[in-house]
Design a protein around this ligand. Sequence first.
Ligand SMILES: Cc1cc2nc3c(=O)[nH]c(=O)nc-3n(C[C@H](O)[C@H](O)[C@H](O)COP(=O)(O)OP(=O)(O)OC[C@H]3O[C@@H](n4cnc5c(N)ncnc54)[C@H](O)[C@@H]3O)c2cc1C
Ligand code: SF4
Length: 463
Amino acid sequence: MAKIQANRIPVRSQDPAERVKNFEEVSYGYNTEEAVLEAARCIQCKNPRCVAGCPVSIQIPQFIKAIVEGNMESAATIIAADSSLPAVCGRVCPQEVQCEGACIMGIKHEPISIGKLERYVADWAKENQFSTSEKVPSNGKKVAVVGSGPAGLACATDLARAGCDVTVFEALHKPGGVLVYGIPEFRLPKEDVVEYEIGQLQKMGVTIETNVVVGRTVTVDQLFEEGFHAVFIGSGAGLPKFLNIPGENLNGVVSANEFLTRSNLMAAYDPESETPIYVGRKVVVVGGGNVAMDAARTALRLGAEVVVAYRRTEKEMPARIEEVHHAKEEGVVFQLLTNPTAVLGNERGWVTGLQCVQMELGEPDESGRRRPVEIPDSTFDISCDVVIIALGTDSNPLIGRTTPGLEMNRYNGIVADENGVTSREGVFAGGDVVTGAATVILAMGAGRKAAKSILEFLKIGIL
Ligand SMILES: Cc1cc2nc3c(=O)[nH]c(=O)nc-3n(C[C@H](O)[C@H](O)[C@H](O)COP(=O)(O)OP(=O)(O)OC[C@H]3O[C@@H](n4cnc5c(N)ncnc54)[C@H](O)[C@@H]3O)c2cc1C
Ligand code: SF4
């Protein structure tokens, strides 16, 4: 029996000292030789725990086996059966708590690098122009998809595969949702990855109409009047939360959403772009999730010194481990157990610092994480020019308010069951607009479940 390779094949990445000066992708991914070596570490479990750990149940051992056999077309076909955005997921999914977290190899050794292998296969398919996307004959049913983030795109893919005429309505001028306006270029290249994968969907006959704000340009009722037989809402959770502390309206305080949208969607990271973006000399980012890491690493690349202020410890940080690791390598400073109490400013109304208190961890709260408790008399200031607030997001209430009979929750989200069925007949929903801010793959999984419900509602068998 061949000896088990305990350690992963390392993945090459841009040197930290170099990459802080550019917006090019940080991780290079595997080449063919590395991918085959890593794939050969998989012991092809009879009861693969990795598949159960994947929210869209990709047949992981099968695609890994195809890589070992050098049959990349087969690997790409296996992945495409369950995921329409493999190049995206291979780059941004939190694999350490999903498939890789469940991988049996992880008990004694390092788990298989499933995400990097998925990325390799997706990139191979693009480079070799191998595509499984094709237009199937129409079944005569028209479905409107609201929002072009991962939930909407995954729902549209499955509906198009079943022969529905799908139109995606997107409020912004580019499709992709958070994949284009939130996650930066150095983590997820837009042209090479996001636009390419959306292009595959368009090859299946899906129409994408941008600059259409459903609830304003057109209502859900009007979509039905125009002849759509069902509507899926995947409008995400793009409304930023704030701290509600004194000084938050000073010049230089910005939400991470606005900061990242300016840099990514409006291309402010490109020196040729006319979009203004202000980082000053020193930035404090408040928060500890992926959004905070993206804002911090973007500000660093725009030339600022960056501190991340987070009220718990690194262990409780919701950001992906890889992102925290990359941020540290690049020089982001982490000021942990720190809670802001006021933004400080000068007489001209500009930020000069952030007043904070020191915290310690107490008993676990309802999320299971230990609650941060303020240490008395521990106030201190961090001087800075810009404060970026990355505390999470709620949904925009527009669609709920303009769609009679659609039940909403107190966070402006849409109430839907686990199959995406809402209180309004013919209207389905999934992704962040239902769950609150979550992950790309969970949004995709919700979009797929809703597509299945829509096909049942329309009495169409899955092809
Ligand atoms: C900066 C950032 C980094 C992240 N990093 C990661 C990561 O590394 N890994 C991970 O798994 N997840 C990450 N996430 C979370 C992940 O991106 C989201 O959970 C996911 O995109 C949700 O998908 P969605 O389709 O529900 O919504 P979204 O991606 O938000 O897409 C919703 C779309 O609907 C559009 N829309 C909204 N209202 C309307 C309307 N009225 N009419 C028409 N269109 C409308 C929006 O413009 C948007 O394009 C990150 C999120 C952010 C913000
Ligand atoms: S659990 Fe790990 S070792 Fe087992 S099949 Fe999945 S990837 Fe391979």
